[in-house]
Write a protein that binds this ligand. Sequence first.
Ligand code: UDX
Ligand code: UDX
Length: 495
Amino acid sequence: MVVIKKICCIGAGYVGGPTCSVIAQMCKDIAVTVVDVNAERIKAWNSDQLPIFEPGLQEVVESCRGQNLFFSTDIDKAIKEADLVFISVNTPSKTFGIGKGRAADLKYIEACARRIAEVGIGNKIVVEKSTVPVRAAESIRRIFNANTKCNLNLQVLSNPEFLAEGTAINDLKNPDRVLIGGDETPEGGKAIQALKSIYQRWVPENKIITTNTWSSELSKLAANAFLAQRISSINSISALCEATGADVEEVAHAIGTDQRIGSKFLKASIGFGGSCFQKDVLNLVYLCEALNLPEVARYWQQVIEINDYQRRRFAARVIGCLFNTVTDKKIGLLGFAFKKNTGDTRESSSIYVSKYLMDEGAKLHIFDPKVKKEQIIQDLSQTNICDDDPDRVSRLVTVALDPYEACKNAHAIVICTEWDMFKELDYEKIYKAMLKPAFIFDGRRILDGLHEKLQRIGFQVETIGKKVTELIPFTASKETSRNDLQAPAAKKLKI
Ligand code: UDX
Ligand code: UDX
């Protein structure tokens, strides 16, 4: 039985940091060193201001940092000493070349594999934690086989992470399952057992699934694709609800009580964001195309298309309700993170809704309790968001320090992230300071319990997945074409 005494994790990000902090807390006899090329990030992990906001993480880190949990930039030393190396570096979509915008860029993974082969000695288990295209482990193995010296023996495992940001600590401590994929050889089996023995300290054995490497890699992509697909499914129904008298929350509840369907991931929204869903679905699409499965590729591509549509549709509804123009109108945009309880903005739908409103000349005053001003400005300045007008952000975007400031003198409030604090705002105070008619667009269905109160105050409340107000010219006759079913602003945004 291989005994793991030292672990190295390359990549101190949203996955590597929390995962290894929990492993260190659960396995006091194992020394865990998390390394990263980014010295600033490592400095932050060693301080009171952790580089990522994640509920409960600070306590976990403080319970073992300096004892059996270390954060360092000395990557080579940590690799050399480790019995097991997690690779948790990021795998963004490629921005150029073959598979641009869809295939995962494995350059960081490859760099890690080459570094391990270069500086490693003895027996090591190398574990891919990062989400990778199917067969990435095979590439890592080939790099090892071509570069390994005689004093180094490496086994490669796939152990994808299923934590969700905002609930990462609970997800890690009480996982639905742990998935370990490895080589179907005696050495592969031993490596699987060694990794399994770490998780077994706190995860019941029946929740630890072992598979071959490719099944494990594909399961991660498939899991994210299924979750994303559920959101696109309910979001597509939300469009139907808005066009009829149905309410998507009621529909979601009614269908979710069927145990075969289940109630989770049926929350209509302005579209899913985050670093994983879009990237992984596109990755799956690319994989299917590369394997000559165009029908399968098109099926999953549609999940992304509905997500894009939902973001555009929401922005178009805001514009439509505001009398078809938002040019020079102040809009208080509440929430910029891709979900609550995180400061992460990667692929946040707020970015896209902001873009569509900026395209129409709206003056956005953005507030988020956990996202820094520089991050918001950086996200909105990306070339795909700002097109060819670099001054647009400075002209149109103000980052507000509190939600009241964001909404003062605004024509509308647009809720993009479901932060709990937005349910508890003093809406009477906000209403008094707004221009009239004062609109609230709830892109997250967090104000459902407050509708009556808000309407009594005087607000015009617009909610995703609920009938569109009469203000939008929404006339449909049998002869009307699909395009005519949309408000003019919606047409402009090419829904
Ligand atoms: C993770 C997963 O690993 C990715 O596959 C998944 O799909 C998204 O989430 P995450 O932890 O969120 O990535 O990424 P990030 O927060 O960007 O952290 C990655 C870290 O790796 C960064 O701190 C980066 O500096 C570091 N890194 C990257 C290295 O240390 N070395 C490299 O060569 C590349
Ligand atoms: C996801 C997976 O859940 C996790 O297992 C995987 O390891 C990484 O990717 P994450 O992206 O951190 O986790 O968050 P998640 O809770 O899945 O939310 C993703 C996006 O979907 C968010 O923008 C969220 O607001 C949105 N969402 C989620 C909905 O719009 N409706 C829902 O019902 C659920």
